[in-house]
Design a protein around this ligand. Structure first.
Ligand SMILES: [Fe+2]
Ligand SMILES: [Fe+2]
Length: 204
C-alpha cells in the first residue's frame, strides 16, 4: 500500500472543518495570503471591466469597409471580459472578500489602459496591447499563487488561455488590416525609387 503519511488524517480534517464555520470556503488549510489574493483579484476585475468598456466603445465606433466583422469580434470579446469579471467577483466572495466595482479609481486599479483609438487599426492595436498586458499580469498572478490557492489559480489559468486567444485574434485582425496599406506604401516607394534609378541610368 502506498504511504499516505503526507495526508492529514480524517479525524483532524473533520475537527478542523468544524472550526471557524463563518469563514465558509476558506479553511485552515488555505495557504495563500488572503489579503494579497483579494487585492490581486480586485485588480483583475478592474482590468477586465476596463477591457469591457474599451471593447464596447470600439464595437460602437468601428466603421468603414469590412468593419462589421471586426466590430462583431470586439463585441464578443467585451462579453467574454464581462464573464471573466463575474467569475473573479464570485471567487472573491467565496474567499470572504467583496468585489470592488466602484468606478472611483477603477482605471488606476486596472493593469490595462483605456485607449479609444481613432482608426479601426488603432483600435485593434490598442486591444492587442491590452490583451498582452492582461496575459503578463495573469501569468504573474498564477506564478505567485503557486500551490497555495489551487482554485483561484485554476480560474486564472482558464482566463489566461482565453486572453491568449483574444490576443491572437487581434494580431490576426491587425495583420489583415495593416498589410494592404503597408504593402501598398512600400510598393509605391519602390516604384518611385526604381524609376529614379532608371532615370539616373539614362542620364549621361
Ligand atoms: Fe478577460
Ligand atoms: Fe481579453
Amino acid at each position: 500500500m502506498a504511504d499516505s503519511g503526507f495526508l492529514t488524517d480524517v479525524k483532524t480534517l473533520r475537527e478542523r472543518a468544524r472550526q471557524h464555520l463563518e469563514r465558509g470556503a476558506v479553511t485552515e488549510g488555505y495557504l495563500a495570503n488572503r489579503e494579497v489574493v483579494l487585492k490581486l483579484l480586485n485588480e483583475a476585475i478592474a482590468t477586465e471591466i476596463v477591457c469591457v468598456l474599451r471593447y464596447r466603445r470600439h464595437y460602437f465606433m468601428a466603421s468603414g469597409i469590412n468593419a462589421q466583422a471586426v466590430a462583431d469580434e470586439f463585441l464578443q470579446h467585451a462579453n467574454e471580459e464581462q464573464g471573466h469579471a463575474d467569475q473573479i467577483a464570485a471567487r472573491i466572495v467565496q474567499l470572504g472578500g467583496a468585489p470592488n466595482l466602484s468606478p472611483d479609481g477603477m482605471l488606476s486599479r486596472s493593469h490595462s489602459e483605456y485607449v479609444e483609438g481613432e482608426s479601426l487599426t488603432d483600435m485593434i492595436r490598442e486591444n492587442l496591447v491590452a490583451e498582452r498586458i492582461a496575459i503578463d499580469s495573469y501569468r504573474e498572478m498564477i506564478q505567485y499563487l503557486g500551490n497555495d490557492d489551487p482554485t483561484s489559480r485554476g480560474m486564472l489559468e482558464e482566463i489566461l488561455a482565453v486572453e491568449e486567444e483574444h490576443a491572437e485574434d487581434m494580431a490576426t485582425l491587425l495583420d489583415r488590416h495593416e498589410q494592404p496599406r503597408y504593402a501598398g506604401s512600400v510598393s509605391l516607394q519602390q516604384t518611385a525609387e526604381e524609376s529614379f534609378t532608371k532615370q539616373k541610368e539614362k542620364t549621361p
